[in-house]
Ligand binder design. Structure first.
Ligand code: ZN
Length: 316
């Protein structure tokens, strides 16, 4: 039986928000068993929280945004992907600002800070959602299906009419080693017309060639070459891993994504919750299906531990 994991110590990371363009910082902290991942923020004398579960999803337009009472946090997908990719079940992500730092547009800098914190097993079993019947969502020429499988796997296919992208297909076995080696460094990508359109609307203000791969009509605007010839599909897998973590428990199943994105990823998360007859809980300990369905598997018991957290940032 696998045990839940958390971080050994706290660490900090600063940067700018991709959308706001404003300075922003996060601190990662260890959390007790059965906490899940919770975004927290010091507001006045109070520590407010927003669990990283689908029940708090606000929107997926350009980035994944979570919102609880009085607390909204944008661009959570890459830090969530790094935590899920490294099988961290329990962590507090303290934020200063309204957005997670863009870093270099990939999850690699977050992997570095997780490694700096160190990872430790905890005295609670790691529960899994094991898919026993296929679950499928689709949009126009887009779809994702999750099928029963002995091990967690992702197959992702994209097709863009650009000479440097075209059709890309990638198979990922979900292990921390594979995540670290093949997925984490894949950066956010965009097309020049799209970037110009976003900037005109006052969005993507923190976007730059440092944190985004920008494709021109036939080539690359960035001087830095692609990190992988199929960097785009690998980034899509990274986004999917982050979005799937909003289930609150890891999934054992084979995901087959076809031209998907944040909207479809999160629709699949909701579809899994809407079809509890198509999965079982393994090693559930004290967790039960209804607490996963309500998004309370992780959080009810442990928000009271928040007062023990030594905040890294003080609100102004
Ligand atoms: Zn992304």
């Amino acid at each position: 039986m696998r045990k839940q994991q958390t971080l050994i110590k706290s660490t900090y990371f600063s940067g700018i928000g991709l959308h706001s363009g404003k300075p922003t910082s996060i601190a990662l902290h260890p959390a007790p068993p059965n906490t899940g991942v919770i975004f927290v923020k010091q507001m006045g004398d109070e520590m407010v929280s927003c669990p990283a579960t689908i029940q708090y999803l606000e929107q997926t337009d350009h980035c994944t945004t979570l919102q609880s009472t009085n607390f909204k946090i944008q661009t959570v997908e890459h830090i969530l992907s790094a935590l899920a990719g490294f099988e961290i079940d329990n962590a507090y992500v303290e934020v200063q600002g309204d957005e997670i730092p863009a870093a270099d547009g990939s999850a690699a800098p977050f992997v570095e800070i997780i490694e700096e914190c160190g990872i430790t097993p905890q005295e609670a079993p790691r529960n899994y959602i094991k898919i026993v019947q296929p679950i499928h969502v689709e949009g126009e020429q887009r779809s994702i299906t999750v099928l029963p499988s002995a091990l967690p796997r992702i197959s992702y296919f994209i097709d863009f009419p650009h000479p440097l992208i075209q059709q890309q297909d990638y198979q990922h076995s979900c292990t921390p080693q594979e995540f670290s080696k093949n997925i984490a460094a894949a950066r956010t990508f965009a097309f020049r017309q799209e970037v110009e359109f976003l900037w005109a609307r006052g969005l993507g203000l923190g976007g730059s060639l440092y944190n985004t791969v920008v494709f021109s009509e036939s080539g690359l605007v960035n001087e830095e070459k692609l990190r992988f010839h199929d960097e785009c599909v690998r980034h899509k897998i990274m986004d999917l891993i982050g979005d799937l973590s909003l289930l609150g428990s890891p999934v054992i199943g084979h995901f087959e994504a076809n031209r998907a994105g944040h909207l479809l990823h999160t629709q699949l998360v909701q579809a899994i919750l809407d079809n509890p007859d198509k999965w079982i809980l393994l090693n559930a300990g004290t967790t039960n299906k209804s607490s996963i369905l309500n998004g309370t598997a992780a959080t009810t018991a442990n928000t009271h531990c928040l007062h023990e957290l030594q905040p890294a940032f003080h609100s102004v």
